[in-house]
Design a protein. Sequence first.
Length: 76
Amino acid sequence: MSGLTAFGLVAVTSMLVTYAFEKSSSWFILAFAGSCVLGSVYGFLQGAWPFGLLEAVWAAIAALRWWNQRIVATTK
């Protein structure tokens, strides 16, 4: 297994795990966003730029979800 393949495996596995625990804590949403960034980097490094671009969009969406949830939590 190459280093790039191992990196991709770690990125996608962390996306799966953090997504599964998103309802437990808003910090898992932020961790999911970070995992999506790793997935995006992997996609671009592998040469699959559509995958890299899509993962970058998912990272932005997840970061926005985390930000919105933190704002709602502080106003309660």
